[in-house]
Write a protein that binds this ligand. Sequence first.
Ligand code: GLV
Ligand code: GLV
Length: 327
Amino acid sequence: MKPAILVARAIFPEVVTRLSSHFDIEANQDDQAWPADEFGRRLQGKQGLFCSANERISADLIVACPQLKVIANMAVGFNNIDVDAATRAGIMVTNTPDVLNETTADFAWALLMAAARRVGESERWLRAGQWERWRYDTFLGADLHGATLGILGMGRIGQAIARRSRGFDMQVLYHNRTRLPVDLEAGANGAQYVEKDELLRRADHLVLVLPYSAATHHAIGAAELALMKPTAVLVNIARGGIVDDVSLIAALRERRIAAAGLDVFENEPAFNPDFLTLDNAVLTPHIGSASVPTRLAMAACAADNLIAGLSGQRPPNLLNPQVLSLP
Ligand code: GLV
Ligand code: GLV
């Protein structure tokens, strides 16, 4: 008998077809918003789960599904899953690293440029028929070329963002839990390691690329925002909760920083509506990895992990290898 799996959200039809040849599959191709209890009921008796970063996989859910063996998250971030609880239950958890690095780095630049040069705000003004009011100081923004780019969190996406800054003749400063080896610093446009406070003070613009965890919760709050330049643009393409959104809204409203480009929010998709009142915020709905080839690659990667894990092989992107040595 084929193992049973649940695909939590709609996904490319070709991926459903591929999964169907390996598994007895229940797929949510209508993309129904299942309430938590219904999701839990559908997961009962399934050995595999294919999910996105939008599904919260709690310890309670894990305990309630003893047949579950593999959770394949179609995202690089996995703070939506209680990995410790999964490990205790002997469940493999996988993510989709690397395939999205370049696409996500591209999008960090899209947000940085849009926020610095006021693209969203000026487009809304044009669409509202205001062009007749153009004058010399309409939508003056900040330059990127020649500026100092700060990167908080210097993993592979951070390095891909840094590499792109060479074309803008930027100096790169970064802070990370651990300092990069010199060859990787050189490859990241000569990025220079500094302490976090120095990064906040010296960066003309700051991009956040940290994973979310208890340790990075509100890594950028009122105190950190107060260190930034009033001309600075802040970009968050990482996770909601890294930034204290209430403090950020206050800083943007009072122009204590110039602008922000935000792809992620606390409590998304039910984010703080005060963001909508700010002209100096560019807001996107968590689409950093959303190019056709990259989303296809992420889906294929999650499918590879699920297929390997449920056929007795080690999934290529296993996050909790401890489960393999459990009795
Ligand atoms: C998207 O946010 C991801 O973690 O892949
Ligand atoms: C900031 O917008 C955040 O993601 O918390």
